[in-house]
Design a protein around this ligand. Structure first.
Ligand code: AMP
Length: 385
């Protein structure tokens, strides 16, 4: 029995617990909102404060990257934190992320770091329109991103951004990264694990669809080997540079046959939830295996699988569960507009059958709650025709 403390007590810690229990791993979660250690499935009971949790565990990991640096420093000092605080901080600050990509010579969108009006003007001069401006640290309530399509909007955007940066209540100074908008063909991601001994196992790349900036559908089907190879090379470069241990996700823009990194997440990732049914060893289990020093599990796709996020809804029609190959994953959260409440994994014997099942599910779900699902199902069917 090994004891693992997860920083964060949301759905990712919950799914780590569900995957770790059969391995005889004892998972606790540190809830950053209450500063208490809790059980990931039943957070009413407290097991004490952070220091108590650190002392009681063998390994500490994180389910999100926006963790206060004080907490990270305390965990790192114990010698139990995996991945390292450096990797977690990079995932939480786009400036550090861009510096890592540049130092590894990994292709990404042309960008400028903005700290002053001069930098802003420099961005306007060096990047072609449209430009996307992103807050370096976490935004909130959908704030923290601006798109400049027409130069006439530049002053208004600058003022809004300046106000946003000044009002930020963050321990590290908030900033802005300006990025050239990439005319991508699609968005994909790779999720993989690196062990304590440097062994790497990646899942097949996944195609991702976003609705209003939030992941709505991921689909894992047979992949183009050259894209998979490119993604694996980037994964290897970045994780080796960081001497990374655990699961890491990389989101890419695909432009023709080229992959440009959009962002990295030093943790299990929403675009890897399909692995719970589409592989022998899901991302949550592989993350735990990596950090506690067990061999990594098989990451091969065993059947075409899709994942549909449930956003802002606390029920779905029961007929969805009657479709063979459908698995529900609820997070036991209070309903709130747009909130990630759960997901549906859909497995099929073939890509064609997967497209048919997605059509069936799109027909059962409320179109307003899943606005792009029908369109996505149609597109997939069309592609296979
Ligand atoms: P992000 O928060 O960086 O993941 O951005 C949210 C979404 O905005 C992405 O999933 C893309 O759809 C879009 N986006 C972000 N950056 C760019 C870019 N440089 N070019 C085109 N689309 C982008």
């Amino acid at each position: 029995m090994k004891n693992v403390l997860v920083l964060g007590a949301g759905q990712l810690a919950r799914m780590m617990d569900l995957a770790g229990t059969p391995l005889n791993l004892n998972i606790k979660a540190f809830d950053v909102r209450t500063d208490q250690v809790v059980h990931p499935l039943a957070n009413e009971h407290s097991y004490g404060d952070l220091q108590t949790g650190i002392d009681a565990c063998d390994v500490i990991t994180a389910e999100f990257e926006h963790i206060s640096h004080d907490v990270l420093a305390k965990c790192e000092a114990s010698g139990k934190l995996l991945p390292s605080s450096e990797a977690i901080k990079i995932g939480g600050d786009r400036r550090l992320e861009k510096a890592l990509l540049e130092s590894c010579k990994v292709a990404n969108a042309k960008h400028v770091i903005i700290e002053s009006r001069d930098d802003f003007d420099n961005a306007l001069n060096t990047l072609a329109l449209p430009i996307i401006f992103k807050s370096a640290l976490e935004g909130y309530d959908g704030k923290g991103q601006w798109r400049l399509k027409d130069i006439a909007q530049a002053d208004a955007i600058w003022q809004d951004m300046q106000q946003f940066v000044e009002q930020a209540n963050t321990s590290v100074k908030q900033g802005i990264v300006a990025e050239q908008m990439v005319p991508f063909d699609r968005e994909i991601s790779i999720v993989g694990a690196r062990s304590r001994t440097g062994e790497i196992a990646v899942y097949p790349i996944t195609e991702n669809h976003h609705t209003n900036g939030v992941l709505s559908v991921s689909i894992a089907v047979n992949v183009d080997p050259s894209l998979q190879q490119q993604a694996l090379e980037v994964f290897t470069k970045l994780t080796e540079k960081l001497d990374y241990v655990g699961v890491l996700a990389i989101e890419f823009f695909q432009v023709g046959q080229q992959l440009l990194v959009n962002e990295i997440a030093p943790r299990v990732h929403n675009s890897g939830h399909w692995t719970q049914q589409g592989t022998d060893c899901c991302q949550f289990e592989n993350h735990l295996r990596a950090i506690v020093g067990l061999p990594l599990g098989n990451t091969e796709l065993i059947r075409p699988t899709a994942m549909v996020n449930i956003l802002g809804e606390d029920s779905v029609p029961e007929q969805v569960l009657a479709i063979p190959g459908v698995a529900m994953h609820w997070y036991n959260k209070q309903k709130r507009a747009g909130r990630k409440m759960g997901h549906i994994n859909i497995c099929a014997a073939s890509e064609r059958q997967l497209a048919e099942k997605l059509q069936q599910i799109a027909g059962l779900l409320d179109q307003q709650a899943y606005p792009d699902l029908q369109q996505f199902a149609d597109k997939l069917e069309h592609r296979l025709a």
